[in-house]
Design a binder for this molecule. Structure first.
Ligand code: GLU
Length: 429
C-alpha cells in the first residue's frame, strides 16, 4: 500500500493485524472496483490532519503522569470531521487513523454530511478515578481546542468513553470560547442538549441491520440464536433489543470473560447483574462460564462482535460457525478472515453499515441542537431506522448488481461518494 507520511511516530505492526494497513486494503479494493484515479486514491489513503498531544495529569496521590492523546482527521470533503474518542490501553496512532478512515466511509455510506475522524488516549480507564478521568479529558480537550468545533470536528463517545466524558468536553470547550457550545460534541447527556435514543443507537442500528438481513432470507428475529461479544454500550443495547424482538441470546462476554446458556439468557437480569458486578457478566447464575475465544466459535445463527478489532482472524475463522456476522465493533473481522467467510457463504454485515446507528443518531442530535428543536425518542428512532434501512437496501442492491461482497459494496458506495465530491470540489489551489 502507499506510504503514510503523516504516520511516522510508530512502526507498523505486522500487516495482517495492522488496522491502518487493513483499512487501506479495503480502500484499495473499493478504488479498484470504482476504477478510481490513482491520484484520488492517493489523497484518500492519507489522513488530512494528525494531531498528537501530551496530556500531563496530576493523579489523586499527587504524582504527575503524561499520557499521549491523538485526534486523526481523515477527511472533511463532505462536511465537518466526525468520530468518537476512545480510551483503551491498546490505542495507537495507527489504530486511530484506521478508525478515522472508517468514519469517512461510514458517514458517506449513510448519506450524512460529515467527514471522518477519530481520537484516542492510550489508557485503561479502570486504573483511574473519576476525578482523574475528568482532569485527563479536560486537558485533552483544551489541547485540541483549535482543532475541534461544531462546524470543524465533532467528537462523540467510543470504547471507554460515554456521555459523561462528552459533558466534560463540551464544558471545557464552552468555558474556553466563553459561551455554551453544545454542538461541539454528540452523545452528550440530555441535560446539555443530548438526543433521546443516542445511548441505545448503535445497538439499535445493529438490531435493524440483522433484522433486515434475516427478512431477506424470509426469517424473523423470533427464536434466532445470537452470540454477542461485548456487553457494553453497544453489545448490551443490541442484546436488550434483540431479546425484546424475540431472539435468544445464548452467550455474551465482557473483557473479563463470558457466559453461556443454551436456553437463552435473561437480559434484564443480566444487565442488573453486570451493573452491580463492575460491568462484568462473569459469575451470572444459571449460565456456564465461557472464554472470549470459545464464545466466537459457538454454533449460532448470528454472531455480533461488539468489542474491539481483530477478533476473527485467520487463526480462528475456520472454527466460526455463525451463519451471519454483524460487525457491531469496528474492524472485528480481519481481511483474511473476511475472505474465508465470504468463500464459505457466511453473510458478513460490515462495520460501516452494521454499527452506523451511533453516528446516525449523533447526526440527529447535532441537527436538533442546530435547530433548537428537540424530538421525542419515537421520532429519533424512526428517522434513524429510515437512514439505516435505506443504506442497507443500497448495499444489498449494489452487491447484487456488481456481484461483490456486502463489505466491498458498502465500501464502494462510501468511497465512491467521497471521491465524487472530491472530484467535483477540485483540488486547491
Ligand atoms: N464511535 C462511534 C462510531 O465508531 C460513534 C461516532 C459518532 O457518533 O460520531 O461510529
Amino acid at each position: 500500500m502507499v506510504a503514510t507520511p503523516l504516520l511516522p511516530l510508530e512502526a507498523a505492526t505486522p500487516a495482517h493485524i495492522c488496522p491502518f494497513d487493513q483499512a487501506c486494503s479495503y480502500l484499495e479494493a473499493a478504488a479498484k472496483e470504482l476504477k478510481l484515479d490513482q491520484g484520488l486514491l492517493e489523497i484518500l489513503s492519507h489522513p488530512r490532519k494528525v494531531v498528537t498531544v501530551s496530556i500531563p495529569v496530576k493523579l489523586d496521590n499527587g504524582e504527575i503522569r503524561v499520557l499521549a492523546g491523538h485526534r486523526v482527521q481523515h477527511s472533511d470533503i463532505l462536511g465537518p470531521y466526525k468520530g468518537g474518542i476512545r480510551y483503551h490501553p491498546a490505542v495507537t496512532l495507527r489504530e486511530v487513523s484506521a478508525l478515522a478512515m472508517l468514519m469517512t466511509w461510514k458517514c458517506a455510506l449513510l448519506g450524512i454530511p460529515y467527514g471522518g475522524a477519530k481520537g484516542g488516549i492510550a489508557l485503561d480507564p479502570k486504573q483511574y478515578s473519576v476525578r482523574e478521568l475528568e482532569r485527563i479529558t479536560r486537558r485533552y480537550t483544551s489541547e485540541l481546542i483549535k482543532d475541534i468545533g461544531p462546524s470543524v470536528d465533532i467528537p462523540a463517545p467510543d470504547v471507554g468513553t460515554s456521555a459523561r466524558e462528552m459533558a466534560w468536553m463540551m464544558d471545557t470547550y464552552s468555558v474556553n470560547v466563553g459561551h455554551a457550545v453544545p454542538g461541539v460534541v454528540t452523545g452528550k447527556p440530555l441535560s446539555v442538549g443530548g438526543s433521546r435514543g443516542r445511548e441505545m443507537a448503535t445497538g439499535r442500528g445493529t438490531m435493524i441491520i440483522v433484522r433486515e438481513a434475516l427478512a431477506d432470507q424470509g426469517k424473523t428475529l423470533a427464536g434466532v440464536r445470537v452470540v454477542i461479544q461485548g456487553f457494553g454500550n453497544v453489545g448490551g443495547a443490541a442484546a436488550e433489543l434483540l431479546h425484546e424482538a424475540g431472539a435468544k441470546i445464548i452467550a455474551v462476554s465482557t473483557s473479563t470473560g463470558g457466559i453461556y446458556s443454551e436456553q437463552g439468557l435473561d437480559i434484564a437480569a443480566l444487565k442488573a447483574y453486570a451493573t452491580a458486578n463492575h460491568k462484568s457478566v462473569v459469575g451470572f447464575p444459571q449460565a456456564l462460564p465461557i472464554s472470549n475465544a470459545d464464545l466466537l466459535t459457538l454454533p449460532c445463527d448470528v454472531l455480533i462482535p461488539s468489542a474491539l478489532e481483530n477478533q476473527i482472524t485467520k487463526e480462528n475463522v475456520s472454527q466460526v460457525q455463525a451463519k451471519i456476522i454483524a460487525e457491531a465493533a469496528n474492524g472485528p473481522v480481519t481481511l483474511e478472515a473476511n475472505q474465508a467467510l465470504e468463500a464459505r457463504g457466511v453473510i458478513v454485515l460490515p462495520d460501516i453499515l452494521a454499527n452506523a446507528g451511533g453516528v446516525v443518531v449523533s447526526y440527529l442530535e447535532w441537527v436538533q441542537g442546530l435547530s433548537y428543536l428537540f424530538w421525542d425518542e419515537e421520532r429519533v428512532n424512526r428517522e434513524m431506522e429510515h437512514l439505516m434501512v435505506h443504506a442497507y437496501r443500497q448495499v444489498i442492491q449494489h452487491s447484487k448488481t456488481r456481484q461483490i461482497s456486502l463489505r466491498l459494496a458498502a465500501y464502494t458506495l462510501g468511497v465512491g461518494r467521497v471521491a465524487q465530491a472530491l472530484n467535483d470540489r477540485g483540488l486547491y489551489p
